[in-house]
Design a protein around this ligand. Sequence first.
Ligand SMILES: Nc1ncnc2c1ncn2[C@@H]1O[C@H](COP(=O)(O)OP(=O)(O)OP(=O)(O)O)[C@@H](O)[C@H]1O
Ligand SMILES: [Mg+2]
Length: 362
Amino acid sequence: MSAAPTREAVVAALRGVHDPELHRSIVDLGMVGSVEVRGDRVQVGIRLTIAGCPLKAEIQRRVVEAVGGLAGVEAVQVTMDAMSDEQRRALREGLTGPDRPSPFREGSRTTVIGVASGKGGVGKSSITANLALALARDGATVGLLDADVYGYSIPRMMGVTRPAVSVDDLMMPVEAHGVRMMSIGFLTEEDSPVIWRGPMLHKALTSFITEVWWDDPDYLLVDLPPGTGDVALSLASLLPTSSFVIVTTPQLAAQRVARRAAAMAARVNLPVAGVIENMSYFVAPDTGARYEVFSGGGGAALANELGVPLLGRIPLEPAVASAGDAGLPVVASHPESPAARALEDAARAVAAAVPREALAAN
Ligand SMILES: Nc1ncnc2c1ncn2[C@@H]1O[C@H](COP(=O)(O)OP(=O)(O)OP(=O)(O)O)[C@@H](O)[C@H]1O
Ligand SMILES: [Mg+2]
């Protein structure tokens, strides 16, 4: 039998345990309250950032795994309580510093991409969710900001029902499928109408940017509401390094509307990185034959007109809709499907098309 571990060895093992939301060592976060070694039994007291922490079981599992793996440990007992207000404030200040500027100003390492369209229902949210997953699957850290405050759909599409939690007054993004997200849907009861007016809307978006622990992801994708209204203006001032990706469908009428989104980008002085055409064609599942359902070539025409690349053509595919309804976007649920492959390719094209100076400077 191995000798009992030292307290230092237990703390060193705990240092390797990361909080699932904060992505920092629980030791550095001040979450380890007590460590007692009694022979082959180790007792660890964890201070949760909030009492009803939804990730409690996961934290416990990680602690047991890390400490239980030490030589000489037979049993690990984890007790949990909640941090005091004082401890939470210290933790929050440790994360953000005492004053909190917008984390996405000039010089930020994050590439910010707003997904826009002139009209509703063209697939912005589906595409944003899938691009986020695809970028994360390629190894990037990805944040997804649902800026559609009235018609939010990201929580459902990403299959998230738990609410966002806060540490002191810092909101934690909700993470699923490797993507860190914030949506008004994590803060309100589902199906309750959001009745905020203009100034409130700006305030909500401001707090989604400055009061959320985004932790400098490689990408921040922003799912914009349909149209070219206030939200784009707010975002342009809050996220001055953004580029837009414009989603359109092949029909020429849709392209005309998408052109308005491009005009909006020009008005707020932000570049358009490219165009994604959605519902471009249909691949018959039995024969693999490709049908151009809507004629028009709107995506290519718009890209041409704007002098930007066409970053992808995504087929019309029932799995895109069913996967979105089921809470697991198609790139993860049907990775071999034509739509998933087109979305993966589009994600790589987006990554190649967006300006990366900020990254290079780091
Ligand atoms: N390529 C596709 N194939 C099949 N269905 C799709 C495709 N893209 C989107 N859809 C479906 O079309 C509907 C609208 O898509 P989505 O909600 O992503 O659009 P949107 O542009 O975000 O809409 P809104 O303007 O309301 O925010 C959804 O039911 C979605 O599942
Ligand atoms: Mg949408």
